[in-house]
Design a protein around this ligand. Structure first.
Ligand code: ADP
Length: 485
């Protein structure tokens, strides 16, 4: 794989622990494959508790100096890292396509998006300011200071192998925290390439570690170790729940970005073309494998048939294939379980009365490819309405009025992203305020960008990433009372 890159050194098959590149202590490895072909592209160390513990100890030791650095020094290192990520974007995108499957153009988009968090938090590093609050007596002053929370740990998913890491690592470093990352075992190479570039940018030894390997063992050490003060996780709600429980004994600070079940509501008065364009991005980006992907598409009666026909036409133009091939818009799903789930949702829906307008099953290429699918006459009783499909399947559920749409949209234990299309100003405010989600897109299919808080309510998680609040997740407040003045 390395020989495909302009800079072969970006393809590392070792973990980066406490400032050293290393194999697993016991020499064991895990294989990583290309979801488009099933071919093994390399191995990474199968690290566990011991390597994780070493990374944590090194982080604790390195923290003493790191937190004392002027914010401008940390910002300068982040700026250098940002620059290096952009300079190596082509290699990073290729690594991403090889291990994750998304088309290279989309992978380039993620590199830029991922880099934007590094830039953003380099800037935010300089703006971590406390405050002085009025005291109750003349002889007292009260200073509210912001200080780094301490050693942080991050567990990240495979669907955005770069952005989900920079969104955690950059604010941690900016705030003055060291951080240990456990990337998904399915996409470790982007994480390791980021570590190569971070080392080149001047991140001191021990401040950033990337530990590959056994999720349970690494997760157990990260949550059980008292030196870790903060855990940031992006992944499924089920695993989030486990990590939250494991973090309970030591009362760790938590940021959890968990599953979603995004409604995408199209009202009769919507601009049809805009709504189709927004849905194509929201639903089919990354072959439908994002936690903010439209999952339940609610379409009002009066526009339903026109919308369905226009959508089927747009979806019919998607090109399924290996993400490295020119013109491909839709890559493979990440693994066989993902394919089984998407196909299962289609089968369950058609068995319960849904109609296939386009697509409808496995793609002719076989393997992990699924044909982008549009289903009409979907209902809330079908599996795809209550489970995240995480695949290129668009079910259209019919509704009658605004109250109906809001009720259906909110009828979920999840609350991450939501979208709606209308040109009625009153309705825009009513629906925007009524949707119980951490993010609402009006007349847009995108809600992820570095300057805005990203995160969910209900069982979609805790905390926010990005925006000016993103760095607060890595800061503690200290009230400093000075009396007897
Ligand atoms: P997804 O459904 O997106 O694969 P997961 O929640 O399974 O989501 O995975 C997200 C991340 O959580 C990955 O890095 C994975 O290795 C990790 N993970 C899975 N199970 C555990 C666990 N028991 N403890 C710690 N990390 C875990």
């Amino acid at each position: 794989t390395a020989e495909l890159l302009r800079d072969p050194a970006l393809f590392r098959e070792q973990a980066f622990v406490a400032g050293h590149w290393q194999d697993a202590d016991d020499g064991l490895e895990i294989e990583v494959d290309n979801p488009a072909t099933g071919e093994v592209i390399g191995t990474v160390p199968a690290c566990g508790e011991a390597e994780t513990r070493r990374a944590i100890e090194a982080a604790e030791a390195a923290w003493v100096d790191w937190r004392r650095q002027p914010a401008g020094n940390r910002a300068a290192i982040l700026e250098a890292w940002h620059q290096l990520i952009l300079e190596n974007a082509i290699d990073l995108a290729l690594i991403m396509t090889l291990e994750q499957g998304k088309p290279v153009g989309e992978a380039m988009g993620e590199v830029t998006y991922g880099a934007s968090f590094v830039k953003w938090f380099a800037e935010e590093a300089r703006r971590v300011a406390g405050s002085i609050v009025p005291a109750p007596t003349a002889d007292r002053r009260i200073l509210v200071m912001k200080q780094p929370v301490g050693v942080a740990a991050a567990i990240t998913p495979w669907n955005f192998p770069i952005a989900m890491i920079t969104r955690k690592v950059a604010p941690a470093l900016a705030a003055g925290c060291p951080i240990i990352v456990k990337p998904s075992e399915l996409t470790p190479y982007c994480a390791l390439a980021l570590a190569v570039l971070a080392e080149r940018a001047g991140v001191p030894a021990g401040i950033l570690s990337v530990v590959t390997g056994d999720p349970k063992a690494i997760g157990a050490e990260m949550t059980g170790n008292l030196a870790v003060r903060k855990l940031s996780f992006t992944g499924s709600t089920g695993v989030g729940r486990i990590l939250m429980a494991q973090s309970a004994p030591s009362i760790k600070r938590l940021s959890l970005e968990l599953g979603g079940n995004a409604p995408f509501i199209v009202f009769d008065d919507a601009d049809l073309e805009q709504a189709i364009a927004g849905l194509m991005v929201s639903k089919f980006r990354n072959a439908g494998q994002t936690c903010v992907c439209a999952n339940r598409i609610l379409v009002q009666d009066g526009i339903y048939d026109r919308f369905a026909a226009a959508l089927a036409e747009a979806v019919g133009k998607l090109v399924v294939g290996d993400g490295r091939a020119a013109g491909v818009t839709t890559g493979p799903l990440i693994n066989a379980a993902a394919v089984a789930k998407a196909l299962g949702h289609i089968e369950d829906a058609t068995a319960h009365g849904a109609r296939v307008l386009t697509g409808g099953g496995a793609a002719p290429q076989g393997g992990r490819f699924v044909t982008p699918t549009v289903l009409t006459e979907a209902t809330t009783a079908m599996r795809l309405a209550s489970e995240e499909t995480f695949g290129p399947v668009a079910p259209l559920i019919r509704f009658e009025d605004e109250a109906d749409a809001i009720r259906i949209a909110n009828a979920t234990p999840f609350g991450l992203a939501s979208y709606f299309y209308t040109n009625d100003l009153g309705r825009a405010f009513r629906v925007g305020e009524a949707l119980e989600f951490g993010m609402v897109g009006l007349n847009t299919g995108t809600v992820s960008m570095e300057m805005a808080p990203f995160g969910g309510i209900k069982q979609s998680g805790l905390g926010r990433e990005g925006g000016s609040v993103g760095i607060e997740e890595y800061l503690e407040l200290k009230s400093f009372h000075i009396a007897g003045l």
